[in-house]
Write a protein that binds this ligand. Structure first.
Ligand SMILES: [Fe+2]
Length: 306
């Protein structure tokens, strides 16, 4: 009865061609040109990133003007789990079942929320090998090769802004009805939610800092520290704009770099996010400890904080 991961996202966008170029530059391959001018991209672990024209009626209406996220698809472990999610959605809202059996509804914030049985691909990239001091130096006669372009592995979280008016209802929906667990719950920042079947610090972040609904960012895990830096460098070389400089988050402690996205919001390249299992106790905060980041590069360009 478990939600495993983000299975896909759908955005309604003003310029499908420009957004396709962005996603190709970010390192995703398109696998189809769908109906009504939409395009679907895939992550290496077989999650979809779908873009449809902004006026598409195939997806729920936008919560915000312009290009933005329209639906988040969650991957569940079994058919029985899918039926469970359908039943829980149908308790108080309209549910649509598509030709492939996925179930779709609208959440209390106004975002499309959907469930399907997860279909992960399991690539096995070799873990990075680091030399450490004199007595642990496993990389011998093996010179470091750097990525030549953006190289994301997986969409590890979706971050959205939510207005105060629906905060309690949204928490009840995701935490109460669908068993997302808060890892960090900070009144002044938002609630970081972990899907029941995952170990990541968060798969879903409902951010309180703006009192409106919208996409904040998509986060893609990359294989190593260098890839955080070089994925963003590649995007900047391709003409995209940095939103936040290299740093390490206070919550989740991943290394990050952010790029503005024409799909709406931003994308984050991330490495070394915290993992926590059922033994981890929710941390509650009225005010975030420390700042936004444990560290962040000083320098010109990009935003220094939020
Ligand atoms: Fe993030």
């Amino acid at each position: 009865m478990t939600i495993m991961r983000v299975e896909g996202v759908t955005f309604g966008v003003e310029d499908v061609a420009e957004c396709s170029r962005f996603l190709e530059d970010a390192g995703f391959r398109s696998d189809s040109t769908g109906a009504a001018g939409g395009v679907t991209f895939r992550t290496p672990v077989n999650q979809y990133l779908r873009i449809v024209p902004v006026d598409s009626t195939e997806v729920p209406p936008p919560v915000d003007a312009g290009s933005t996220i329209r639906e988040i698809m969650w991957g569940v472990d079994t058919e029985a789990s899918l039926e469970d999610k359908q039943r829980k959605l149908a308790a108080d809202r309209a549910v649509l079942v598509d030709d492939e059996g996925a179930v779709h509804a609208v959440d209390p914030i106004g975002f499309g929320v959907a469930f399907m049985v997860t279909q992960p691909a399991r690539p096995q990239p070799a873990p990075p090998i680091y030399n450490f001091h004199r007595y642990h130096a496993p990389r011998v006669n093996d010179l470091t090769a750097m990525p030549q372009r953006s190289n994301p592995l997986e969409l590890i979280h979706v971050a959205v802004d939510i207005p105060q008016s629906v905060r309690e209802e949204a928490r009840a929906f995701y935490m109460g009805r669908f068993n997302f667990k808060a890892t960090d719950d900070a009144d002044d920042v938002g609630v970081f939610l972990q899907a029941e079947g995952d170990l990541l610090h968060h798969n879903w972040f409902m951010c309180h800092r703006t009192n409106k609904a919208g996409i904040n960012h998509l986060c893609f895990e990359v294989p190593d520290f260098d890839s955080v830096v070089l994925s963003a460098e590649y995007m900047i070389d391709r003409g995209w704009r940095e939103s936040r400089r290299l740093g390490r988050h206070t919550f989740g402690t991943n290394v990050f770099r952010f790029i503005y996205s024409p799909l709406g919001g931003r994308i984050e390249f991330a490495w070394d996010m915290d993992r926590m299992d059922k033994n981890f106790q929710t941390r509650k905060w009225t005010k975030r400890p420390g700042g936004h980041s444990i560290w962040m590069l000083k320098g010109v360009g990009g935003r220094g904080s939020e």
